[in-house]
Design a protein around this ligand. Structure first.
Ligand SMILES: NC(=O)c1ccc[n+]([C@@H]2O[C@H](COP(=O)([O-])OP(=O)(O)OC[C@H]3O[C@@H](n4cnc5c(N)ncnc54)[C@H](O)[C@@H]3O)[C@@H](O)[C@H]2O)c1
Length: 333
């Protein structure tokens, strides 16, 4: 049985709590949040702290779940790793490529501690099946792909937690916060991206500092071409779409299902993601799958989880898109 603590108990933390509670090998030993008001929403009898260092020294958790604003991911993870505590950290891995590299170096410097990054969509059944199909070689090389994230974030989303609109604390907007998962999946599925040309913009006029719209053309090492589009300015939240064309077939993920697209445009459904019961169903079941995988690795000493080093490229891509947008030129990676 591992003792887990949650650091930061805002919007995403209940999803971690559900994953912990669903796993008989994990016990929630404490919660920390600087906002005392959230104490009312944690399970009865669980110790509550407003200082994560005090929690660490008093409760000696085996593992902490970092569910904090982006700018705290690296420093708080570093503190716990240096105390010998395993870390399961929410995305994004860092604010900048340099900080992501520092985080990866921390992981390498502390082999006694495991640091997992919550890019849970890699564990969606649709992603797993598409990756297996592409890696099998049966369909030939990938020739093209696109990732679309047509979401909506209203002004109240930023007003509720102002850090989300501030560069210093969030490091960006619709890329680093919302569509980092989709960007991650494009290179996870289709291979290394070597060059891109991107344009970011703000079209919601909310007065925040972060981008709410992005388009980028991607060039892969294999010669494949890709398009990435993400927005927070849609009129509603619609399904992420990922389409991958190979030499012999076209595959499409939408509405939590993977399809093979036939030449006449009709689709054959290949699989669906598992749903999570309850109010946070829209986050899917993959948080729980990834948490279970991470704790299995803690138990066995195994290596099968998403490492800091796996997530560094997502931050490099976001940074390259921002640079490309500022300079108006393509950027090589
Ligand atoms: N993996 C996913 O699909 C997914 C989905 C949503 C959010 N997230 C990520 O989860 C993280 C948290 O996002 P959120 O929307 O829950 O944020 P939030 O603002 O709702 O919650 C953050 C909490 O951290 C607390 N906090 C701030 N500073 C603290 C400190 N020094 N010590 C202790 N607590 C502190 C705040 O009071 C707040 O309750 C972000 O990295 C976000 O990108 C991931």
């Amino acid at each position: 049985m591992k003792k887990a603590a949650i650091i930061g108990f805002g919007t995403i933390a209940p999803v971690h709590l559900a994953a912990i509670q669903a796993n008989p090998d994990i016990e929630l030993c404490a919660v920390c949040d600087t906002n005392e008001a959230v104490k009312a929403s944690i399970p009865a009898g669980v110790p509550f702290y407003t200082d994560y260092k005090a929690l660490c020294q008093a409760e000696h958790p085996d593992c902490v779940h970092i569910c904090l604003p982006h700018y705290l991911h690296y420093p708080v993870s570093k503190y716990f790793a240096e105390q010998g505590v395993h870390v399961f950290c929410e995305k994004p891995v860092a604010l900048t490529p340099a900080q992501a590299e520092e985080f990866a170096a921390l992981e390498a410097a502390h082999p006694e501690v495991k640091i997992g990054i919550c890019l849970q969509n890699r564990l969606n059944s649709t992603t797993e099946m598409l990756k297996a199909l592409l890696d099998s070689g049966e369909y030939g090389k990938v020739v093209g792909c696109r990732g679309f994230v047509p979401w909506q974030r209203t002004l109240s989303y930023y007003n509720e937690q102002p850090w989300r609109g501030q560069m210093e604390f969030a490091g960006g907007g619709c890329m680093i916060n919302q569509s980092v998962h989709t960007l991650d999946l494009l290179y996870y599925l289709c291979g290394d991206i070597t060059r891109l040309h991107g344009v970011t913009s703000q079209i919601q006029n909310y007065g925040t500092e972060v981008e709410d719209n992005v388009t980028a053309r991607l060039e892969f090492a294999s010669g494949a071409k890709g398009l990435f589009f993400a927005t927070n300015a849609n009129y509603t939240n619609e399904s992420v779409q990922i389409r991958v064309a190979t030499e012999k077939a076209v595959f499409h993920i939408e509405d939590d299902a993977l399809f093979r697209v036939n030449p006449d445009g009709s689709r054959d459904k290949l699989c669906e993601n598992e749903k999570m019961p309850g109010a946070k169903f829209y986050f899917g079941a993959s948080h729980s799958k990834l948490v279970a995988k991470f704790y299995k690795a803690l138990e066995t000493g195994g290596d099968d989880y998403i490492h800091v080093r796996d997530a560094v490229m997502s931050i490099r891509l976001i940074d390259a898109i921002c640079t490309s947008s500022k300079t108006g030129s393509p950027v090589a990676l």
